[in-house]
Design a protein around this ligand. Structure first.
Ligand SMILES: NC(=O)N[C@@H](CC(=O)O)C(=O)O
Ligand SMILES: [Zn+2]
Ligand SMILES: [Zn+2]
Length: 453
């Protein structure tokens, strides 16, 4: 296996408390040395790459991805989804179980792991279901799922409504040392809502989806985490009230964590009224966008802005930004949710929820947190590395010598524009086409192999 020497980059490894210029030597799939020793130990046939101006980071982990296998391969496959991940700077993804059939038994876990071993460009970790068929009625075989290799359980896309069943799920998950990831959503409050319940849903005539529909279930999960001692991780937080509850619960030492997604820390519900209204009312919230003339245009009711949970008010977005910056929200994840064009090209009401995200998360996170001055680079990188690694209990997210060489090299200042022609995903449902982006993955290594470019 080829050896690599990455020279002159800024190595930022929050796990090791390292931030500064250093060379990195990769050999036999592992990190061999970082710093002075790297050049000294470098074998003569190693490929040397000058990465001056770039950041060398532990490989980024995206713990919320829909790869759509088995059963929905018109939207995405393990091969295309992980190619998009590699290109976006991710070296590891956790795939969600809302496939067809769902990942609620050991056989399906084995199938995905085998296909991933053959076809994936990055590591694929599997999340199993909490309940059979994600139906919320009967527990899935949690012990069997664990033995088959899942790293967590979730009914993502759905939320277990029955609190007693959820309590038992947490008790089992704790026995098997699995975190429970929850798509926090009270179905009776959300009902058939399609857009954040607020001024824009009223003006646009879209059925409202109240923030409390999420926050109520976050509260339930905190109480059950306290009762059972099981780690509960709240997925894709979107509402200010949810952030406040998680902050307070973590202060009390309850085993709860949370993630946020780029669309919730970049967009607001004004985007549903079209680009003119969005930029007029909220454009200044996105770092570097104020006053720019090269911004894209989109019409009102554009279904690329429809996702679950919905993009919310400017106040909610601000709370998410604060929560990420102060560590309440320990993880950033994409919730990459590909859908076919024919499914999205319908009236807003009828379109499926979800947007792609693997190829734009890195620049959007850099813009909103690093270029804006809200966070240091090390703290931001931690949200994509040590954060998810800790919650999933996996030995990843560091450049320590001896660790597997999963590495993300990115240029934090590269300016570029994402286009639909240019994606590696099978789907085209990103709201961020045409946006002036800042920051780009330039090279991705998985277990010492270059997987991008
Ligand atoms: N986020 C979404 O809007 N959609 C996801 C489901 C989910 O993550 O809840 C999907 O599978 O399409
Ligand atoms: Zn979800
Ligand atoms: Zn999801």
């Amino acid at each position: 296996m080829k050896a690599w020497l990455l020279t002159g980059g800024r190595v930022v490894d929050p796990a090791e408390g390292r931030d500064g210029p250093a060379d990195v030597l990769i050999q036999d799939g592992k990190i061999v040395a970082v710093g002075e020793a790297a050049a000294a130990l470098c074998p003569p046939d190693a490929e040397r790459v000058d990465v001056r101006g770039c950041v060398v980071s532990p490989g980024w982990i995206d713990m919320h991805v829909h790869l759509r296998e088995p059963g929905q391969t018109a939207k995405e496959t393990i091969a295309t989804g992980t190619a998009a991940a590699a290109r976006g700077g991710f070296t590891c993804v956790v795939c969600m179980p809302n496939t067809s059939p769902p990942i609620d038994n050991a056989g399906t876990v084995a199938l995905i792991r085998q296909r991933a071993a053959e076809q994936a460009h990055v590591h694929v970790l599997v999340a199993g279901a909490i309940t059979k068929g994600l139906a919320g009625e009967e527990l899935a075989p949690i012990g069997g799922l664990k033995r088959a290799g899942v790293v967590a359980i979730t009914d993502d896309g759905r939320c277990v409504q029955n609190h007693e069943l959820m309590r038992r799920a947490l008790e089992y998950a704790r026995m098997f040392n699995l975190p429970v990831l929850d798509h926090c959503q009270d179905e009776s409050l959300v009902s058939d809502g399609v857009a954040h319940e607020g001024v824009w849903s009223v003006l646009l005539g879209l059925r409202g989806w109240p923030a409390v529909g999420e926050t109520l279930m976050v509260a339930r999960d905190i109480l059950l985490a306290e009762l059972t001692g099981c780690h509960v991780h709240c997925q894709h937080l979107s509402a200010a009230g949810s952030v406040a509850l998680v902050r307070e619960a973590r202060r009390r030492g309850i085993p709860v964590s949370a993630e946020a997604c780029p669309h919730h820390f970049v967009l607001t519900d004004a985007a549903l009224a079209g680009s003119e209204k969005f930029w007029a009312t909220d454009g200044t919230g996105v770092w570097g966008m104020a006053g720019r003339r090269d911004l894209p245009h989109w019409p009102a009711y554009d279904t690329r802005f429809k996702m679950n949970p919905p993009i919310r008010s400017a106040r909610d977005r601000e709370a998410i930004l604060e929560g990420v910056a102060d560590g309440t929200i320990e993880v950033l994840a994409t919730d990459h949710a590909p859908h076919c064009s024919y499914e999205k090209e319908v009236e807003f009401d009828y379109a499926p929820f979800g947007i792609t995200g693997l190829e734009t998360a890195l620049p959007l996170a850099l813009m909103q947190f690093y270029h804006s001055g809200r966070m240091t680079l090390a703290d931001l990188i931690a949200r994509f590395t040590v954060g998810p690694a800790r919650i999933l209990g996996v030995d990843k997210g560091t450049l320590r010598p001896g660790a597997a060489a999963d590495i993300t090299v990115f240029d934090p200042d590269a300016e570029w524009v994402f286009t639909p022609e240019d994606t590696r995903s099978k789907s085209r449902n990103s709201p961020f086409y045409g946006w002036p982006l800042k920051g780009r993955a330039v090279m991705t290594f998985v277990a010492g192999r270059r997987v991008y470019p």
